[in-house]
Design a protein around this ligand. Structure first.
Ligand code: AMP
Length: 508
């Protein structure tokens, strides 16, 4: 029934005939949704969307709580030939208005609490239908779905057709809609499933949001491709994750999951028979990697990817998972390190911009041909905007975003290099190094440092301790001590906010 739908057929392949096998296990009630039940509901969603007039290529925007109904809607959209467009639940109605105007979806699904505000912006963006989805799964989406029977004949879609648009987090300038094809999603899920050795015996703890590539495509698609199960959680909750571990085999998380879990004494026992811990979406501190291994005996497997490319690199499943690295290019992904100015490959071991090519890479930015042309080369390489290097053993190291590179007095300073030295100082928990406009140097290096709980840190002490460890131009001109770093929902440090906060530090 799904054969002609490129991604749909692959999402279903592993579970066909295993209808009673559990797919989603509620972390709250323990209730199971079997594969047969899940796909039946997704088919009803697809039938409902078609009845609303959705035709292939139409966008289905959703800003709603993480529920099994949202996953049904995702798969239902794929089966109906539509383009799934999930939005971060933190966006305000004004922000959502931009996405609706840009993507002109035919249908919007929103939280009933924001229905009034959404109705207004949706009508001015020409959205034809607006439905609601609440955190308990109730709402007009489920009411509408219930009128349709399962047994939907999937709409034919080829590998180059769009399956989803995900907007980048857009820390500078306008957020861009990354167009993801059936092939890009399917090929990456296939690669990850094999590389990380997922099978139908796996039970993944799913605590990530599903409006982002990590929770939606990495966690959900890999489970579907393996025919395994997920313990499905509405969000991160350390106790719930620790309770789930003895019944699970794998966890996918952002680094903050791991630092928070490490604060719980139960971790050692709870994690005993887990098979795999994966981290990504932001850099995992080497210290977290080491402490996790000490406590649990497991080496966290760090991988690197982005909205536009799905996953690019991963530490090995069998073999050395090296702290502070993101491993090797995944099968089917080509990676080179290039000079930001010339685009030429730099000598082995040097730092440059990472460029990647492969089936995993997106098809361009929605409605932004100029931006697409700036970042996606005609030969298919995507300029990631991440700076990094490949070491002599082939491991990729990320040193930060190109836009975070600091140029002070004509010298390049890679924030990560300074952060690593600061993080090693006694009493330091973590740090963020930023460039702030400076009348003499153009930019000056500023370090924002977070002390360990209970440690008393003094800015001058930090400066002094760095004096003999770093070249003069890399040493922070100013050190700020803060209780924590600003982070977004994916655990990424928001350096833009720090740069804004300290913009006037050296103003004359
Ligand atoms: P997003 O599009 O929200 O998934 O963000 C992608 C960006 O997150 C990448 O371009 C990197 O800058 C960063 N990122 C993802 N994974 C890692 C990692 N393992 N280490 C360092 N940075 C990462």
């Amino acid at each position: 029934m799904y054969e002609t739908n490129f991604l749909g057929a692959q999402l279903r392949a592993a579970s066909l005939g295993a209808e009673d096998r559990p797919f989603l296990i509620s972390s709250e009630t323990g209730a199971n949704v079997s594969y047969g039940q899940f796909f039946a509901e997704a088919e009803r969603m697809a039938a409902m969307l078609q009845r609303l007039g959705v035709v292939p290529g139409d966008r289905i925007a959703v800003q709603a709580p993480k529920t099994k109904e949202m996953l049904e809607l995702y798969v239902g959209s794929v089966l109906a030939g539509a383009v799934f467009l999930p939005l971060n639940t933190a966006y305000t109605p004004q922000e959502v208005a931009y996405f609706l105007d840009d993507a002109t979806p035919k249908v919007l699904i929103c939280d009933p609490k924001s229905l009034a505000a959404m109705t207004e912006i949706a009508s001015s963006a020409g959205v034809a239908h607006i439905l609601t989805l609440d955190e308990d799964g109730s709402g007009t989406l489920s009411d509408a779905k219930s009128k349709y029977a399962p047994g939907f004949q999937a709409v034919g879609r080829g590998p180059d057709d769009l399956a989803a648009i995900l907007y980048t987090s857009g820390t500078t300038g306008r957020s861009k809609g990354a167009m993801l094809t059936h092939r890009a999603l399917a090929s990456n899920s296939q690669a990850l499933c094999q590389y990380w050795q997922f099978t139908s015996d796996d039970v993944l703890i799913h605590a990530l949001p599903i409006f982002h590539t990590h929770g939606l495509f990495v966690a959900t698609n890999v489970t579907l491709f393996a025919g395994g199960a997920c313990i499905f959680m509405p969000g991160f909750n350390a106790e719930a994750i620790l309770n789930a571990m003895p019944k699970a085999t794998a966890l996918m998380g952002v680094p903050t999951f791991y630092t928070r879990l490490l604060q719980h004494a139960e971790l050692k026992d709870a994690s005993r028979q887990m098979r795999l811990f994966v981290s990504g979406s932001a850099p995992l501190l080497a210290e977290t990697h080491d402490r996790w291994r000490e406590v649990t005996g497991h080496a966290i497997l760090e991988r690197y990817g982005m909205t536009e490319t799905n996953m690019n690199t991963s530490n090995p499943y069998d073999g050395d998972r090296r702290a502070g690295t993101v491993g090797f290019p995944l099968p089917g992904v080509e990676l080179k390190i290039c000079d930001p100015e010339t685009g030429d490959e730099v000598p082995q071991g040097d730092i440059g911009i990472l460029e990647v090519r492969g089936e995993n890479v997106f098809a361009g930015y929605w409605n932004m041909p100029e931006k697409t042309a700036e970042e996606l080369r005609p030969n298919g390489f995507f300029i990631t905007g991440d700076m990094g290097r490949v070491d002599k053993d082939g491991y990729v190291h990320i040193v930060g975003r190109a836009k975070d590179l600091i140029i002070t007095g004509g010298f390049n300073v890679y924030p990560k290099e300074v952060e690593l030295v600061i993080d090693n100082l006694p009493g330091v928990n973590e740090s963020a190094v930023i460039g702030i406009p400076h009348p003499d140097f153009g930019e000056a290096v500023v370090a924002v440092v977070v002390p360990n709980a209970g440690a008393a840190l003094d800015a001058d002490q930090v400066k002094q301790a760095l004096a003999d460890q770093l070249a003069k131009f890399k040493q922070p001109k100013h050190v700020v001590i803060l209780p924590e770093l600003p982070r977004n929902t994916m655990g990424k440090v928001q350096k833009v906010l720090l740069r804004q906060d300290f913009a006037g530090l050296f103003a004359t």
